[in-house]
Each structure stands twice: as structure tokens, then as C-alpha cells.
Design a protein around this ligand. Sequence first.
Ligand SMILES: Cc1cc2nc3c(=O)[nH]c(=O)nc-3n(C[C@H](O)[C@H](O)[C@H](O)COP(=O)(O)OP(=O)(O)OC[C@H]3O[C@@H](n4cnc5c(N)ncnc54)[C@H](O)[C@@H]3O)c2cc1C
Length: 382
Amino acid sequence: MDFALPADDDPRRLSVRSWLADHPDPTGRDLAEAGLVAPHWPTPWGLGADPTHQLIVDDELGRAGVRRPTNTIGIGWAGPTILLAGSPAQRERYLLPLLAGEEIWCQLFSEPGAGSDLAAVATRAELDGDEWVVRGQKVWTSFAHAARFGILLARTEPDAPRHQGISYFICPMDAVGVTVRPLIDMTGAHSFNEVFLDEVRLPAECLVGERGQGWSLAKVTLGNERVSLSGAGALWGMGPTAADLVDVVRRSGGSRDPLERQRLARVWAEGEILRLLRLRTVSAALAGMEPGPEASVRKALADEHGQHVMGLARDLAGTRGMLSGAGPLGESADGGPTPWPDALWSFGYLFSPALTIGGGTSEVQRNIIAERTLGLPHDPPA
Ligand SMILES: Cc1cc2nc3c(=O)[nH]c(=O)nc-3n(C[C@H](O)[C@H](O)[C@H](O)COP(=O)(O)OP(=O)(O)OC[C@H]3O[C@@H](n4cnc5c(N)ncnc54)[C@H](O)[C@@H]3O)c2cc1C
């Protein structure tokens, strides 16, 4: 690991500070126009920042208490694919509002018969004059009910080998024929949906990249998704970390139970390993190397780590852990010093089984590691 953040008077730091002095309360659009939402993107959307520069910007925004716009799928993995393969007109139309958080995006990939085996997508898109007519069904579509656009995989070449017959589209979620039905998960939240596509007519310019090349773009999207979903927080990069849980226990007087102490040490050590793995990704990028399959290693470890953190928090809450809204060690939102509301811990526990499913299951991540890193044979064909 060869990595240290540059000094406090680094000109790149001073430049962010000077911008923040002029924009003390920036909007999402201000941040997007200044290239500060995704600094590693090329100008005019980003700053063309290398990983060190990116970390400097993150550090400075964090110190100033500035939050970037939330648009998980848009900024995390739809935008990078449009940046890579979109036409100049598509980049011009979609990227800035996406970065500003003004237009939320969703991902219309999974179907009832195509999850882990995504190349089995059965949704069809047929060219009719200069429009594509889309028929099919998607499922587990996060934020579809809030989204303005979706990235959509559909089969355009039914007779081609299945990986070559898929195309990648941008689908306006208010197009005639798009029906979104909520799916409520066991946390009680409505975050994902079923989406029915019934004779949806998409103009030709909604195709991203070449016709029939959607599978290679889908792989780019999924690679970015894996990296985005394995950030520091225990819930796909969001929410509390293992170190936050250890802090809660420390502030509550520590634990004398040897098994609890062992589990606390374990989640803390896992959190450190993941932190170092993230730095290794940065270090490799600094040396000009591509991240490679460690995105799958990171996600496979981070998902199970999230379940360990949330399971331990629930157990530390004792019988209170059975109640929604309960946090570890019986801290109350007003009485306890934790920066995380109790409800987030109980939500996190109920959400955590989803961690090893969404964004590619743990078994699928292990298949990728086995095949691409360890050189083991591919799965036999279904
Ligand atoms: C919270 C959440 C949000 C989601 N959001 C979205 C979204 O926004 N957009 C979207 O398109 N999808 C989304 N998904 C769907 C997600 O991508 C799929 O659930 C996932 O890819 C698994 O597919 P599946 O559910 O069809 O399970 P299946 O593929 O049917 O898998 C069932 C079981 O079989 C195992 N399995 C399957 N194939 C293999 C294999 N080759 N080797 C070993 N084991 C295997 C799996 O690991 C799993 O345990 C979301 C899922 C969750 C949980």
C-alpha cells in the first residue's frame, strides 16, 4: 500500500476551499456544475481528477459538511455507462441533471426469469420505423417509483447467441405503457418495484451504444455497481460502520461478555480489512492499474460484513432488538450519544439479508472471483 493524502496547503485543497468560500451552501446543481459531484469524471461533468485529487475533494467537502446530491444508481452506475458509450447528445442531455440529483435514475435489468443469469433477459425491443417497441416485465427495480429515467436491457436480436442479442436503452419512466407497482420489503419500506413494459415506444435515440452490444455495457454498469455498493457504511456503503458500533459499546461502558467481545473484535477487524482493500483499489489506480475482480472480492466481503455488524447490533440490544426502532444496548434517540438514530440499527438488521442478494449475489461474486482471479473453469451451461 503506497498511499498518503497530500498536505493541508495542497493547491487542489485550496481550490476547493476557495470555491466553498464563494458557495457556502451549494445546491446540487452548483456542485454538479463545479465538477465536484464526480470529480473523477472528465470535464465538463467532473474535474478529470486522479484518485488522490478525488479523495482531496471528498475530504474537503466532508470537512465543510457539504453533502453531495443523492442519486445512487444515476451517479453510481448509469451515468458512468452513458459517459463511456452514450452519444454526445445523450451526454449533453442526461449527465448534468443526473449529477445534480434533479433527475433520479433506476435500473431495469432483473426480470422474473433473469437475475443472476442476467443474459436470460426476455424483455423484447423491436424496431418499428424509427421507434423501438418494448414489451416485457422487470422486477426488484429500486426507486422506479421516483425515477425520471431507467437504464433498460432488452433483447433486440432473438436469434443471436444470447449474450450478443441484448441492447442497452434509456427508458423515460413516464412513457406511455410503463406501469410501476410497489413491492414492500420486510423493513416495511417501499424501495423496489415491479415494472411492466407494455408496448412502450422509445425513440431511436434512446439506444445507448451499438444495437446488440448491450451485454458489454451491462458489464460496465455492474462493475461500477459493485464498487459503489462496497463503500464504508455497513449497508452497501451507507449507514453506520463497525467502528460506529464499537464506539456505541465503548460509550455504554464496554462489554465483559467474552463472546460479545470476540464478535466486536471480529467486526472491527473486518471493517479494517475492507478499509485497506478500498485503499488498495486507490493505490492500484494511482499506479495506473485497472481495479479488476477485486470489486467482487470487496462486495462479497462487505455484504457479509454488513450482516455481521447488524446482527451483532441486534443481539446487543437484547430483547429490545425484537422491537422496530431499537438500537444496540438500549440507547434511545434522545438519551444515547450515538450519532445514528436507533431506528437505523433496527432497519439495518431487517434490511441486511438483502445485502448478499442485490447487485449480484455472494455466490455470483464468488463465481467471478473463481473464474477471473483463480482461473477455475466456468459454470457448466444451464
Ligand atoms: C434490495 C435489492 C435491490 C435491488 N435492486 C435492483 C434494481 O434496482 N434493478 C435490478 O435490475 N435488480 C435489482 N435487484 C435484483 C438483484 O439484482 C437480483 O435479486 C439478483 O441479481 C439475484 O437474482 P434473483 O433474485 O433472480 O435470484 P436468482 O438468480 O434466482 O438466485 C437464487 C439463488 O441461486 C443462487 N445462484 C444463482 N445462480 C448461481 C450460480 N451460477 N452459481 C451459484 N449460485 C447461483 C443465487 O446466489 C441465489 O442464492 C435488487 C435486489 C435487491 C435484494
